[in-house]
Design a protein around this ligand. Sequence first.
Ligand code: CP
Ligand code: NVA
Length: 307
Amino acid sequence: MRHFLTLADFNVDELQEMIDLAIKIKEQTKKRNFVPYLEKQTLGMIFEKSSTRTRVSFEVGIYQLGGVGLFLSSNDLQIGRGEPIKDTARVVSSMVDMVMIRTYEQEKLEEFAKYSKVPVINGLTDSYHPVQLMTDYLTMVECGKTNPVVAYVGDGNNMAHSWIYLAAIMGFELRIATPKGYECDATVAERGLELASKSGAKIAICNDPKEAVEGADVVTTDTWVSMGQEDEKAQRIKDFEGFIVDKALMNLAKEDAIFLHCLPAYRGYEVSEEVFEEHSDVIFTEAENRLHAQKGVMVWLDSKRGE
Ligand code: CP
Ligand code: NVA
């Protein structure tokens, strides 16, 4: 049995298998051919943070695969009143077939997975957002960006960390520009470089958005204030000055460059209204692709049971 906790747990072939499944199931879904790959299965969806895309895409996704999703908010679960995560894991996983969790610490997710009898999927932690990156990879492939130079401009957060692992495993070039003091976690960067040495990926980390974006095929960013950092908002807005992806910055990328955003987007902060609207077709295809990419992940995990 496998869990989906971080991209670093997978090799290129495994990630490619999930993407291939996503592409196949997306085609079927577009023809309204809902093949019941996960018939009668239940997906428990535990949320300790807010969500629009993750909740809708997992709930609709499991339903279209022939199963049902169970929305479990920590406001309602006994976790919220202090029931240990390992007890919750043993209870929930004795009744459902797969679990998706959105929480704070990666360690909490790992603790759940350790005690779970069924596959566990990371629906975002403070450290990683791997299902979003599977989606972003699918979107890049659909846009013909198969061996891209990707520029990530912004916070060295869960999205940046998952970009590092995606690039390192799939073998493309990634340039990350963060403000000073907001760099990626050093352990993640090191692990990324180690994985990159095997795949031939190039990973560059700097503090200059222009240097990162120059000649890029894909430009991406994320909010400056992640969930749980609301108290730091005023300071962060000051510290991220000059890191907005606006028209002047986009003009440094290739002429046919695409812009990706995991959403929610805060116009006037990490991205200008102009850039956002100009690239909105791809951005909202990316959002829709959450549905398809995660089906690939769920069906793949199901196929590994008992191995
Ligand atoms: N991108 C993303 O995970 O969106 P939600 O927070 O709305 O789920
Ligand atoms: N970095 C953001 C991503 C939201 C999808 C957060 O953690 O809030």
